[in-house]
Design a protein around this ligand. Structure first.
Ligand code: SAH
Length: 344
C-alpha cells in the first residue's frame, strides 16, 4: 500500500530518500514542495526528473483535502471551509482575519470521542484521526484559495488534539520547519478538554506553543455534567497539570470558559473559579455559548457575562470576553460536518 509522504517528519523523509539511494539534497527539495508550496501531486515537483517523480508516485501518495463548501461571512470576512478527505470524510476549518494577520482554526480528528454536551463536533460521531499531512493540508488549501499567508494556528476545530498526540506533534514540527510553512511555535495554540497524562507529555516536549484548557466550569459537579472527560480527570488534576506546565515552560496557560445561562455563569461560579486559579500565570477567555440547535443550551445574558468577567478581574484573574466572528455562517466547528452527514 502507498504511504503518505506528507505525513513524514523531515528526518523520516530524509531516511526514506537515502534508502532509495538518492542524494541527501533531494530530501530538502521534496520537503519544500510538500510543506512550503503544499503541492498535491509529484508532477508539480519540477526540479525532479520525470523518472524520480514516477518512482515517488509509485511508492507514496500526498495527503490533501478538497474544498467541498465555502462560506464567507458578510460581517467580518471570516471564511469557513468544509473539506473533503480522500476517504470521503469531512472536516472543517475556519480562517479569521485579525489585526496581526490570518489565523486558521484546524481540525485534528474526523469527529470527536469526548462527548461534551454543548459541542457540535461529537454529534456526528468519531471516525478516525487525521494524519499530520491532513492537518497541515487545511492550511495549504486555505492559503491557496484565499491567496494569503496564514501566520497563526489554533487547534480548536473538530477533534481532541491530545487524543491524536503523535500526529499533532509531527504536524507542529512540520509547520514550524523553516523549509516548510515556517510558522512560529509562539503563534500556535493547542486546545484540550483536559487529557491530563498528555498535558505532561506535551510539557516535556518543551514547545513554546500556547496551551489552552477547555474548562467551562469551576468545580467537578458542574464540569462532569457537561464534559464526560471530567469523570476520568477532574478539575484538581487538570489545574495541577497546568501549574506544573507553567512552572516548567514559563508559558501562560489559557482557560476557555463557555458561558451557559444559569448553568455555569453565576456569581458563585465566578468566585469559585477565581479561587482555583489564584496566583496562576493564566488568562481566562469567556465565550458566550454558540447555539447549537440540537444542544438546547442558552447563552448567558449580557449582564451575567459582564458580572462574571468583573468578579474574575476583581480577584486578580486576567479575563477577556471573546468577540464572536463569523456568527452568520455557523463558524463554530462541527456544525457543517454534522449537516453534511445528515444528508448523506
Ligand atoms: N477538543 C479540544 C479542541 C476543540 S476546541 C477542546 O476541547 O479544547 C473548541 C472550543 O470550542 C472548546 O473550548 C470547546 O469547548 C468550545 N465549544 C464547543 N462548542 C461550543 C459552543 N457551542 N459554544 C461555544 N464554544 C464551544
Amino acid at each position: 500500500m502507498k504511504r503518505d509522504i506528507k505525513s513524514l517528519s523531515f528526518d523520516e523523509l530524509n531516511s526514506e530518500i537515502l534508502a532509495l539511494g538518492l542524494p541527501r539534497f533531494r530530501s530538502g527539495q521534496i520537503y519544500e514542495w510538500l510543506h512550503k508550496y503544499g503541492v498535491s501531486s509529484f508532477e508539480e515537483m519540477t526540479n525532479l526528473s520525470k523518472d524520480l517523480r514516477k518512482r515517488l508516485a509509485e511508492a507514496y501518495f500526498i495527503s490533501d483535502c478538497r474544498i467541498e463548501q465555502k462560506y464567507v461571512s458578510g460581517l467580518d470576512e471570516t471564511v469557513k471551509y468544509l473539506f473533503k478527505l480522500y476517504d470521503g470524510e469531512y472536516i472543517e476549518s475556519v480562517v479569521m482575519k485579525y489585526k496581526y494577520g490570518y489565523t486558521i482554526c484546524v481540525s485534528s480528528q474526523v469527529g470527536c470521542k469526548m462527548g461534551c454536551t454543548f459541542c457540535a463536533s461529537t454529534l456526528a460521531g468519531f471516525k478516525r484521526n487525521l494524519e499530520a499531512g491532513e492537518i497541515e493540508s487545511q492550511l495549504h488549501c486555505a492559503q491557496k484559495d484565499l491567496n494569503i499567508r496564514i501566520s497563526h494556528i489554533v487547534l480548536m476545530g473538530i477533534g481532541e488534539p491530545l487524543d491524536n498526540y503523535e500526529n499533532v506533534i509531527k504536524f507542529l514540527h512540520n509547520v514550524n520547519n523553516e523549509n516548510g510553512l515556517n510558522i512560529s511555535m509562539r503563534n500556535i495554540t493547542l486546545s484540550t478538554c483536559g487529557i491530563v497524562p498528555r498535558i505532561y507529555d506535551l510539557m516535556n516536549e518543551e514547545l513554546p506553543i500556547t496551551l489552552t484548557i477547555s474548562l467551562h466550569a469551576p468545580n467537578d459537579l458542574i464540569r462532569s455534567r457537561t464534559m464526560p472527560v471530567n469523570h476520568k480527570w477532574g478539575i484538581d488534576a487538570v489545574i495541577k497539570a497546568c501549574r506544573e506546565y507553567i512552572n516548567k515552560t514559563n508559558r501562560r496557560v489559557s482557560f476557555e470558559y463557555t458561558l451557559i445561562n444559569n448553568v455555569n455563569d453565576t456569581f458563585e461560579c465566578a468566585k469559585e473559579l477565581s479561587d482555583r486559579l489564584h496566583g496562576m500565570l493564566c488568562h481566562v477567555n469567556l465565550i458566550p455559548v454558540n447555539d447549537v440547535a440540537e444542544r438546547g443550551n442558552i447563552r448567558s445574558s449580557e449582564e451575567n457575562i459582564y458580572r462574571f468577567a468583573d468578579v474574575l478581574k476583581n480577584n486578580g484573574i486576567n479575563a477577556t470576553i471573546r468577540r464572536t466572528l463569523g456568527s452568520d455562517i455557523n463558524a463554530s466547528c462541527g456544525q457543517l460536518r454534522r449537516k453534511r452527514n445528515e444528508v448523506k
